[in-house]
Ligand binder design. Structure first.
Ligand code: ADP
Ligand code: MG
Length: 399
């Protein structure tokens, strides 16, 4: 940290210029800081021909709170390593990192200026048929090839040790699995659903299941996760989507990444009860989302199974029955973690635009109640549900 200093736009320009051949003689570079994220500085550096790159720098604290919430700048290393690994495994759907500087905790990466953030697009009821197939490919490849099915024991343990990410994991451990189930000061609860939130605090049966999911998050290093697979970490355009922002990455349970993404599609589904007044338009968008969730799971599972049968070199893990059980367990975890994401985005610290953009608070409460109800059902019934269609049936029976 000795030479670390918070970048000015000048510093970001110099950094981009030094570490890329893109700008040549840097007579006419311009730069703006435009990050809308919670934690880091994000700069766009552009030359006079319109070519641009992104510089992302980790601050020694969380940007949204300030210096009272110190946070390791080592998260930039984690983010760079996870993105570089994922990009090798799925180059089409991972943002490209061009350079990482440890001293400045800064990453130089591809500018996705021709893309838009998926969450805003879904809030505006935009639809993309390639969303689920492409993200299924991203998840299957990144998760399979960083698992014990693909890596040798010593190699995986070496990677795992370098990417423990204790500080950022602790944030997830607290925000995801602890706060929503007690009267925590960090929670952010719409007054109209306070009673529903309170029920969560006293629901011992639910707490036992959440404890199991948290214990697995802490102690099931199955694969190198992205760790923050929500629709704000995905850029999309008419042809392609790309994943960014992997600073929460670590070796954890595969269902955590898959479940986070499924839940974010479900949050959008539930948000549109309040976002889209026109019934026909709403139902059309909601049925689009359901078909995307179905495709996401089916194509993810199909590709993962294919990789298991074609690529697994570890003789013990080639066992067919074991592999079937493994897939079922990823599905169960996916539902459980999706349930946790629905609940924590509704009553926890970090909310989502899919609900926050509902201007009428009673309508918002209607969507939020459904999210709590569905979240609980997914967590409680995850061992009984055996297919993605059953999740969709569950949705239809929400009150
Ligand atoms: P944080 O980790 O602080 O949340 P993000 O990685 O989510 O930061 O980035 C914050 C914002 O910066 C994104 O929402 C997006 O608008 C912009 N951004 C980040 N990376 C890129 C990129 N590679 N190309 C274009 N815009 C980007
Ligand atoms: Mg982030």
């Amino acid at each position: 940290m000795a030479g670390y200093q918070t970048f000015t736009t000048e510093d970001a320009m110099r950094f981009a210029d030094e570490h890329s051949g893109l700008f040549g003689d840097h007579s006419k570079l311009s730069c703006e800081e435009f990050g809308d994220g919670n934690l880091n500085l994000v700069f766009r550096v552009e030359n006079d021909k319109g070519s641009s790159l992104i510089v992302k720098q980790a601050l020694p604290y969380a940007r949204c709170v300030g210096e009272s919430w110190p946070l390791t700048t080592d998260r930039a290393r984690i983010e760079a390593e996870v993105l570089i690994t994922h990009c090798k495994l799925c180059p089409d759907h991972t943002v490209e990192v061009l350079h990482y500087d440890a001293e400045q905790a800064a990453i130089l990466m591809e500018d996705l200026k021709d893309y838009r953030i998926l969450r805003s697009e879904l809030v505006a009821a935009k639809q993309f048929e390639h969303l689920a197939p492409q993200l299924a490919a991203y998840l299957a490849n990144t998760l399979y090839y960083t698992s014990d099915f693909a890596l040798t024991g010593p190699n995986k343990k070496q990677q795992l040790g370098r990417l423990l990410n204790p500080e950022l994991c602790l944030i997830t451990e607290d925000l995801f699995f602890t706060d929503p189930y007690c009267n925590h000061e960090r929670n952010n609860i719409n007054i109209e659903i306070r009673n529903d939130a309170q029920q969560l605090w006293h629901d011992e049966t639910l707490h036992a299941e959440v404890a199991q999911l948290k214990a697995d998050f802490l102690s099931k290093p199955q694969a190198l996760l992205h760790g923050d697979m929500h629709s704000g970490s995905i850029f999309i355009n008419d042809d392609n989507c790309k994943v960014i922002d992997a600073e929460f990455g670590f070796y954890g349970p595969i269902g955590f990444d898959v479940g986070s993404l499924v839940a974010n599609l479900l949050l959008n589904y539930l948000g549109h009860f309040g976002l889209t007044a026109d019934t026909a338009a709403r139902e059309q968008h909601q049925s689009y989302l359901l078909s995307q969730i179905e495709t996401l799971w089916q194509q993810f599972a199909e590709q993962f199974k294919q990789l298991l049968s074609n690529e697994c070199r570890e003789p013990t893990l080639q066992n067919n029955l074991y592999q079937q059980r493994f897939m079922q367990q990823i599905f169960t975890d996916t539902l459980g973690y999706a349930g946790c994401e629905l609940i924590r985005r509704t009553v926890g610290l970090a909310h989502v635009a899919d609900f926050e953009h509902i201007t009428d608070s009673t309508q918002r409460a209607h969507s939020e109640r459904k999210a709590l109800q569905l979240g609980r059902e997914l967590i409680m019934q995850r061992h009984e549900l055996s297919s993605i269609n059953q999740l969709i049936t569950l949705l239809r029976y929400l009150k």
